[in-house]
Write a protein that binds this ligand. Structure first.
Ligand code: F6P
Length: 347
């Protein structure tokens, strides 16, 4: 038996822990493991794979990124590319492929599984926006980065009596911003799921000032919209480059910078902006990410060994259960209103 492992989409801390978990489970049962390089592009054209030996997965538990490399290559978007993936799986003698990724990577995996190919998924995305599962690899580490940033911004904001705007990742889901903002005690949280007006933000800053709070921290998601902000030029939005899955690079919209500039202009409060960017995806995974990446990795191997294809391990409560690939990618899981309202109690 030979198992392929592939990591696709944005990298996330904890991917190596999951690779190690799948590989170590396989080695324990005498199976061979093939590492697919750089996401789906490693199964296109001539293929780019390398055998993984026990020593290749030794010492990687604590390492961020992915030893396999990743990319946003999308075989669903290129004519003949899905056939090329299928042909490479057969040619390379891959009896089962474990694809670790977020909705983009797993949509490709679901489509391959629908063709009858032996695919199993592993949930990974710092955005935490997959359906069904309560855990996606990398989210906990990303939230930790935002939390630490908000903590650190507090002391400098208080010293200078400034407004601090901190921009976090998450694409169209506000999980990273909301959880990091909650944990760090942000004074306002602006996420894509719930519309906010510039006037509301300004009123809130004035209210805090009247209460003697001479600094404020505003956490904003890269994908959030704030009504009342000067619109981006239509040409800059329509001309945005898209990745292979059709997503614009939301950080280029500069919501944090635009919001900060406008707040300063309209309130007179000195304002600074911090864009956390790729620091949220870099570095060593938290203990939580290491443990759950290990648990879903081991479970992914179990699904493979049971021949349970088209499936993906998910976290439900303290248990690892299994769901179908098509369920988890059906549509993004967004922040529910009750959680958003809970955060507002602390504004
Ligand atoms: O999906 C993970 C993510 O980090 C998003 O939060 C962000 O919008 C996007 O990837 C950035 O994409 P890239 O890695 O292609 O710059």
């Amino acid at each position: 038996m030979q198992i392929g492992i592939l990591t696709g989409g944005g990298d996330a801390p904890g991917l190596n822990a999951a690779i190690r978990a799948v590989a170590r489970s396989a080695f324990a049962e005498g199976a061979d493991v093939l590492g697919v390089r750089n996401g789906w592009s490693g199964l296109l054209d001539a293929g780019d794979v390398r055998p993984l030996r026990p020593e290749d997965v030794s010492g990687i538990l604590t390492r961020g990124g992915t030893i396999l490399g990743t990319s946003r290559a999308n075989p669903l978007a290129e004519a003949g590319a899905m056939d090329s993936v299928a042909a490479n799986l057969a040619r390379l003698g891959i009896d089962a492929l474990v694809a670790m990724g977020g909705d983009d990577t797993l949509k490709v995996a679901a489509a391959l599984a629908a063709r009858g190919l032996p695919l199993v998924g592993v949930p990974k995305t710092v955005d935490n926006d997959l359906q069904v599962t309560e855990y996606c690899i990398g989210f906990d580490t990303a939230v930790g980065v935002v939390t630490e940033a908000v903590d650190r911004l507090h002391t400098t904001a208080a010293s200078h009596h400034r407004v601090m705007v901190v921009e976090a990742m998450g694409r169209d889901a506000g999980w990273v911003t909301l959880m990091g903002g909650l944990a760090g005690g942000a004074d306002m949280i602006v996420i894509p799921e719930f519309a906010v007006d510039l006037g509301e933000v300004i009123d809130h800053l004035h209210t805090r000032h009247r209460q003697g709070k001479t600094f404020s921290i505003i956490a904003v998601s890269e994908g959030a919209e704030v009504a009342g902000l000067p619109a981006l030029p239509a040409s800059s939005v329509s001309g945005e480059p898209l990745d292979a899955f059709g997503h614009p690079l939301l950080s280029r919209r500069g919501i944090g910078e635009r919001l900060g500039r406008q707040l300063e202009a309209e309130t007179g409060f000195e304002t600074r902006v911090t864009v956390l960017g790729y620091t949220q995806r870099g570095g060593s995974p938290t203990a939580y990410d290491r443990i759950w990446a290990t648990r879903v990795g081991v479970a992914a191997y179990q699904l493979v060994s049971e021949g349970h294809f088209g499936a993906i391990p998910v976290k439900r409560g303290d248990q690892v259960e299994s769901a179908t690939l098509s369920e988890v990618v059906a549509h993004p899981r967004l922040v529910p209103e009750d959680l958003y309202r809970l955060a507002q109690i602390f504004y």
